[in-house]
Design a protein around this ligand. Structure first.
Ligand code: GAP
Length: 442
């Protein structure tokens, strides 16, 4: 096996192409010419996406005693967004329009804000463009609402409900996974900047004097999470956001950046110290107390640390990290070196020949046994075994199992009830007893 160097920009193009060809990610509304900034997850994309979300939930909620889950509504009372500051300038991007071709651009992404990069025409003055999608609620359509631009506010408005129902001891966090929507002026780069995406967010409530300690602990948890995604340390870095660039609610933010091929380091996840900005504003706007009451009766509004992850950016980074090209058996092959806990299929099972009933029957037996154990097991009897291996390599299946005549005891009686297990990364094959398979794969 000879690893091959792949070049930057083309690697990203190859990943996007593989993602479509193999059923990971399709352009949104494609048969109608698409809708910019939207993508649909195919059968394997939804499997990978669900695995990322499940692992995140396990690490940040199930495996801890200080985290509580939540799933709040996407539509919320419009007052939420006034209180959070999202209806104001804090959640707007500066947009400029070309007076000749009418194309619109984000002014802060342009090097020259006077000349149109598309047609050379003159650009108009920059105007603030709010990123929230507005919608009307009810048959009369008189009540205004927004598609939430972050899941975070659903957590803040339920802070009191969680405290009253669960009596958590401070420090504690509330975690949520869900869709968020932003009317991005310039959606771009695959899943990187889209108009509809998923977030995995935690609001971690602390005493003000302790925020720095907990900041360091959560920072280390985020590093562990990125390693759990299989991202190498060299491809993830931390960027301390300068004060003049901080979001309207933040006093300190670290962006976790990934080294996307052809693009370089750019944001993967954010980690912000939001102070008591949100709870204080919700208390002011709603008139409901957001104070936390200690067992000794003392009261205070907690301060908040917020690790915020985009699922699509995590999925993109995982695909980029896993993408490999090498030479095997004299041919170039592409494979995804996905960690087993993220791969859409844990293992694939095949009969050597699909027109030999005894092989198919035995393979079905093995398939059923493994499916009961792992769930995500592929049955693959398309084409010859070589083609199946290539296909499973390309979708990142860590192992392929083939049931052959030796399994049936027809060739060498000593090999009866053993199968071939092929390793995705090395291409090496081993014979393993069927009753040892589950242990072997684990
Ligand atoms: N609640 C804090 C918050 O939403 P953010 O930095 O605006 O902070 C957090 O977003 C994460 O959500 C980002 O690090 C990124 O992973 C993801 N994200 C934000 N906007 C996105 C977009 N337009 N497309 C894809 N992912 C996005």
């Amino acid at each position: 096996m000879v690893p091959m160097e792949s070049t930057g920009a083309t690697t990203m193009e190859k990943i996007v192409s593989l993602a479509k060809r193999r059923g990971f990610v399709f352009p949104g509304s494609e048969i109608y010419g698409g809708l910019r900034g939207t993508w649909d997850l195919g059968p394997l994309g939804v499997a990978l996406n669900n695995n990322i979300k499940r692992e995140w939930w396990k690490m940040f909620v199930l495996d801890r005693e200080d985290m509580y889950g939540l799933d709040a509504a996407i539509l919320m009372n419009e007052k939420v967004w006034e209180a959070s500051g999202h209806t104001g300038a804090g959640f707007s991007d500066p947009v400029v329009e070309c007076m000749k071709c009418n194309h619109r651009f984000r002014a802060d992404h342009l090097e020259n804000t006077e000349t149109c990069p598309d047609c050379g025409g003159t650009l108009g003055d920059a105007k603030d463009f709010n990123l929230m999608f507005e919608t009307k609620v009810g048959a009369e359509g008189t009540a205004k609402s927004y598609l939430r631009p972050e899941t975070a506010q659903g957590i803040f408005v339920n802070f009191k409900n969680v405290v009253d129902s669960m009596s958590p001891k401070i420090p504690f966090g509330i975690a949520q996974i869900g869709k968020a929507f932003r009317n991005e002026i310039a959606p771009r780069e695959f899943l990187f900047r889209v108009r509809e995406f998923e977030q995995m967010e935690i609001e971690y409530f602390v005493k003000e004097v302790e925020w720095e300690d907990h900041f360091e602990k959560l920072r280390s948890d985020i590093q562990t999470w990125h390693r759990h995604l299989g991202l190498s340390d060299g491809n993830v870095r931390e960027y301390e956001v300068p004060e003049n660039d901080l979001a309207h609610y933040s006093k300190r933010t670290i962006d976790f950046e990934y080294n996307y091929p052809g693009k370089g380091f750019d944001e993967l996840a954010g980690f912000a110290y939001r102070t008591d900005h949100d709870l204080k504003n919700h208390q002011q706007h709603s008139g409901v107390s957001m104070e936390y009451i200690e067992p000794d009766g003392s009261r205070f509004i907690p301060h908040v640390l917020e690790p915020s992850f985009g699922v699509g950016r995590a999925l993109t980074a995982v695909l980029c990290e896993a993408y490999r090209e090498d030479e095997m058996g004299g041919e170039t092959r592409t494979y995804l070196k996905l960690p087993a806990h993220l791969a859409p299929y844990r293992v694939a099972v095949s009969p050597l020949l699909k027109n030999r009933p005894p092989l198919v029957e035995k393979a079905r037996e093995v398939f059923t046994m493994l499916k009961k154990e792992f769930g995500n097991v592929a049955w693959d009897d398309n084409g010859n075994v070589g083609k199946r291996y290539r296909r499973q390599d390309e979708i990142g299946t860590p192992h392929c199992i083939v049931i052959d005549f030796e399994t049936l005891g027809e060739e060498q009686p000593g090999l009866k009830d053993t199968v071939t297990v092929r390793d995705r990364d090395t291409g090496e094959q081993q014979r393993v007893q069927i009753n040892e398979l589950i242990n072997y794969l684990k």
